[in-house]
Structure formats: C-alpha cells, structure tokens
Design a protein around this ligand. Sequence first.
Ligand code: HEM
Length: 510
Amino acid sequence: MVILSFVFSNLWVFSGTALALYFGASAYYQLFLSPLRHIPGPWYAAVSELWIITHVLRFRQCRAVQELFEKYGPIVRYAPNKVAYCDAVSNGRIYMNTRFEKSQFYKSLLWRVNESDHAMTSLPHAEHAPRRRAFAPHYTPSNIALFQPDIHKSVLELVEILEVVNGEKPINCLHYFREMLVDIICSTSFSYNSGALQARAAGVEYHPLVHAIDDFPIRGILRAVVPKSMWELLGEIPHQRWKLLYDSDAILAKFVGARVKHMRAQMQDGKLQEVEKVPLVQRLLEYRLPSGEPMEEKNIIAEHLGHFIAGVDTTATTISYALWELSRRPDIARRLRAEVDSAMHDPKTIPDISVLNSLSFLTAVIKETLRVYGAVPSLLERVVPSEGIDLLGCNIPSGTVITTQSWSLHRKVDVFPSPNTYLPDRWVDADPDNLREMEAHMMPFGIGQRVCVGQHFAYQSLRIVLAVIARNFDIYVPPETSDRSMEVRDAFVAFPASGCCCLVLTPRKS
Ligand code: HEM
C-alpha cells in the first residue's frame, strides 16, 4: 500500500524513467546487439526511424539516402530495420527473386479502395501474379500501338490549345500534360472522353479528376505517416480545399466505378462489336481468375485507380522535365528538331510509332530525362525472406527491409561521369560495353516481376509528345522557372520544388 501510494505520487518520475529505460535499452540493442549493427550508417538512423521520417516529410528522402551512400559506401543502414544498397548486380538477387515481397510501406503510400488492393499494393507475389496476368496484355508494345490514334488525338488537341495561348504567357506544363494524360488513359482504359483538355480549352483551370490526381503525392505521404485513428479525425476538418485532398481517392473511385458499370451494361446488352482494340476495362471484365471466377468489381475499380495514379503524374512529370531541359539547352533542342523534322514532314501528321522508335536522338533525350529526372526515384522496399541474404559482404537476416533507389544507381559516377549533368549524348557516344553497363544501372521503371507494366505506354507517349512539341514549338524559360524552382523533390514520385514547371511555348516561326 505504501509502495503503491509512493508510485502514484511520483507517477511522472516513474513514467519518465520507464520511458528513458525503454528507449535506452532499445538504442543499446540496435547499436550493439542487432544483427544489422555491422552495417555502416549514422548511429541516429540505427536507433530510430525519426531521422528518415524527417527527410520523408521534407520530400528529400532520395537525397538523404544518396548522402549516406556517398559517406558510408554502397550498403547503409538508414533506419533500425532498413538497409539500402547501391549496386546493379545485387538488383537481380532481390528484385528478380519472388521470395522478396514488397514491404508494408506500399500499403500506406498507395491507398486501398473498398479495402481492395491493386497490383502496386499487393505484397505477396502469389497474390500479385494473377492480377498482373489480367492487365499485362493491355500494355504490350503491339497492343499499346493500337491506341496511337487516341494518343494522337489528345496530343493534337493540346497543340491547338497551345497555339491559342501563342506563347503570350508561361504555362504550367505539369497541369497541361496531366490533363492530356488523363484524357489518354480514359480513352485507352474506358473508351471514354474525360474532356480534361476540352475543359482547359474552355478556360476551366481545374478538372475534378486531374485535381484528385494532383493531390495524390501529398495525400499519400500524409496517409503514410499519420496514424490511422488520427487520419480519420483529420477527415472531419471542415475546410473545402482540405476535404478535396482528403477525399481524392474517393472522387477517383466514384468516377472509375461509374465507367466500370457502364462497360458492364454495354457488354450485357451485347452492344460491343468484336474489335482488335479493346479498352482495359473490358479486358478486366472478361478476365477469368485461375479459379474460373471473374474479378470482383471492387478489384477492377482498384486496379484502374492504381493505373491512373501510376500513369498520369509520372509521365507528365517526365515530359515537363524534358521540355525544361530543351528550353535551356538550345543545342539539344536544335538537334532534336532536326531529327524530328526529317521524319515528320507535316507538323500535324504524326508518324507511326515504328518511325519514332528509330529516332536515335529522341531516344537519347528520353533516356537521359529518365536517368536524371526519373519520376519514381525512390526506395522500392522489399522484405528479406526466411533464409536471409549475404549482400555486399553483410549478412542481412529475415524480416529486414532491403532496398535500392534509381536516384542513386542513375548517379553512379563510374558509370555516368558528371552524373548530375543532363547529357543525352552519353547515350549516343557510348561504346557497346559502356552502353551495357549504363543500361544495367537504369531502373526508372523498377525491375523484376514488379517492373512498371506501363513502361511501353510511357515510352510511346513520351516519343509522340516530345516529337510533336519539338516539331511545332520553340520553348523558352520564363524568369519564374529556375534551377531552384525545378529542384527535384520526392514523395515516392518526383516533382519540382515549386510544384510548377512554367515554360513559354511559342508556335514555331521557321
Ligand atoms: C515515365 C513514366 C513512368 C514511370 C517512371 C513509372 C515508374 C514505375 C515504377 C518504378 C514502378 C515499380 C514500383 C515498385 O517496384 O515498387 C511502376 C509500377 C507500375 N506502373 Fe509505372 N511508371 C510510369 C508510367 C506508367 C504508366 C503510363 C502506367 C499505366 C498507365 C503505369 C502503371 C504501373 C503499374 C500498374 C505498376 C505496378 C505494376 C505491378 O506491380 O505489377 N506506369 N511504375
């Protein structure tokens, strides 16, 4: 009784001491007993997640991890249970091995709709593989080529809008290209005109779908770091702009749900003809799982959502950074234009993708943009399976998060000299051995079983858009766009520090 009353009267002291003992013991374990103790890295990263979380919240995780590689070498401990490496050879052992599942990180960063995962958020390979089989045929180069007319239509619509602007004011490329991508993905996924570019032409600044996608990175990062119960409380804040951000996934899910229902009704009414070019939604509705069952509607919706999010921002950001480089490097812009001119005699008649594929400097510009400004430069976390792994001389036990990031592989100075310089010629001048080495270090679309399924789609869109812009416009940098405003920030996806990529696109005079 006396002891209890003593404890209660000194509750603060006891709780403080207990907490200090707990943190002290945990720090002691992480630094001196943990199986990861031999892996280099700063002590404060080894004892708590706090260090890396502060960098995540400042949108500079990629740079923080890169600084660790520069200081400690190719393998570093960046959190108590997390190890990052920078080595292309090791990639095969991690990302090609189906026993290395995605980490829990994916659950929180990429939202779940109706509690349904989509391919990006499915962690075990056994769960992921049947999903991937459902949509992968849509994204093969030959199938994606069938959708060229849809892409051409949207790109030429954008050209018309830019001709009306006539270079009289800077435009935020990120907005315009997001709108174009939303139109393109809606037509390839649903055979539906979302009218985002039409809305732009009519002077509407924000299309609801584009708005929702725009909000994705910040919503994702908040959702990843705010505890679930607090996140639900935040949903009650009565602020209109905040509600739009908070509900962005629900807005998208409602739109996609309506498109799925519409297509199902058309199929049931026998209104669809046998055609070679099938929208993704029809493919998913017709798909049968290994059990012979169709996919559940909530899974189809979630899958479409994942593709929307994965495809729009990434491609729009890549185009924007490429145009920014062209605007400040007239030498590169001139060479690109000369090559495109030779293949595209009429400025409004876009050649077949097979012709654009053969333009070597266009390819070099795209590769260099993906290298320096890859839209997903981030750690792609996997979990070490039960047998553990020996990597770069370190023994890493089961359950450890193991990962690499394209930001660092793309900046390995022995493979890419002057790694921060934008130099498309490095892809033109490389001898076959160098080229092989460079290709082995490129992973803008990830690698292995979970590699970006939309990479051919992205490449096709990038080739078409960059060729058309180079053929039709001169690009200038306005004063508000600078190295500082365009500095890359990362929230799993990359974006410019200012959130804008303002450029002046003037219809070509000569
Ligand atoms: C330049 C543009 C793009 C970049 C840089 C990019 C990058 C990536 C990366 C790095 C991953 C792998 C993530 C991981 O391992 O955790 C990924 C996955 C994915 N991407 Fe892309 N992506 C781009 C465009 C697209 C497009 C246009 C689409 C579709 C319309 C798309 C759909 C997907 C999907 C569905 C996944 C998940 C695949 C799976 O797990 O099976 N992406 N992307």
